[in-house]
Design a protein around this ligand. Structure first.
Ligand code: 13P
Length: 255
């Protein structure tokens, strides 16, 4: 059985003190949700205060990005090993905002994924189509191509360490969520591709999160789908109340 995994992507919000305060509130809410996994992804400068605020809590910390090299002349970048040393257990790779605004490609996603594994981090790899691509009927082609870059470098024996986040770009920050059926269709496709590559047992261990305007009001329905194993939450993760409500919806699904 896959444990439901709820992660909050705080994007470029909350400096250290604010982030640590929210992390403490999330940790308190997580006490009511022992059946699920929870993580938060603060900005780089808030990682250490958040790790300290979460000491003794099962809530994990994720970086929002990493570089593929271990060190070197890469001004402004942070290595996967450095995230691990700061106390991160996870790293988000290939978020659509990185692909859209910072030139990230399937190739860099593959390199970052290898770096994350080398550093002992659990990767959350984001995939998803734009509205134009969905309207043109290209959703599965686009997601399949993005997934191929992951499968090309990911060893099947580590499948249980992998999380895929399906985040349709048109649903991110727009208030427009994919319906549970639309999301499940893509998740089934992803699971099938994973099975083709890894075999059914390892594929069954990979958690596939949905992301894009997940809110307390739609979380339960999305999470009730057989291949939706969690959520990557943006806006609603910035308030302890709404993130807590999503965590509790997940906990009641998992129970
Ligand atoms: P929203 O939940 O704000 O739509 O953001 C989703 C997202 O991009 C999470 O990574």
């Amino acid at each position: 059985m896959r444990r439901i995994f709820i992660a909050g992507n705080w994007k470029m919000h909350l400096e250290g003190r604010q982030a640590a305060e929210l992390a403490r509130q999330v940790a308190r809410q997580a006490e009511d949700c022992p059946g699920i996994d929870v993580a938060v992804a603060p900005v780089f400068t808030a990682i250490v205060p958040v790790v300290e605020a979460l000491a003794g809590s099962p809530v994990m910390v994720a970086g929002q990005n990493c570089h593929w090299e271990e060190k070197g002349a890469f001004t402004g970048e942070v290595a996967a090993e450095m995230l691990a040393a700061a106390g991160c257990r996870l790293v988000i790779i290939g978020h659509s905002e990185r692909r859209q605004y910072f030139g990230e490609t399937d190739e860099t996603v593959g390199r970052k994924l290898q770096a994350a594994l080398r550093a002992g981090l659990l990767p959350i790899v984001c995939l998803g189509e734009s509205l134009e691509q969905r309207d043109a009927g290209q959703t599965l082609d686009v997601v399949g191509r993005q997934l191929e870059a992951v499968l090309a470098v990911f060893p099947s024996e580590q499948a249980s360490r992998l999380t895929i986040a399906y985040e349709p770009v048109w649903a991110i920050g727009t208030g427009r969520t994919a319906t549970a059926g639309q999301a499940q269709e893509v998740h089934t496709f992803i699971r099938q591709r994973l099975a083709d590559k890894f075999g059914p047992d390892p594929a069954g261990q990979v958690r596939i999160q949905y992301g894009g305007s997940v809110k307390p009001g739609n979380a339960a329905e999305l999470l009730s789908q057989p291949d939706i194993d969690g959520a990557l939450v943006g806006g609603a993760s910035l308030q302890a109340d709404s993130f807590g409500a999503i965590m509790r919806a997940a906990e009641s699904q998992g129970a």
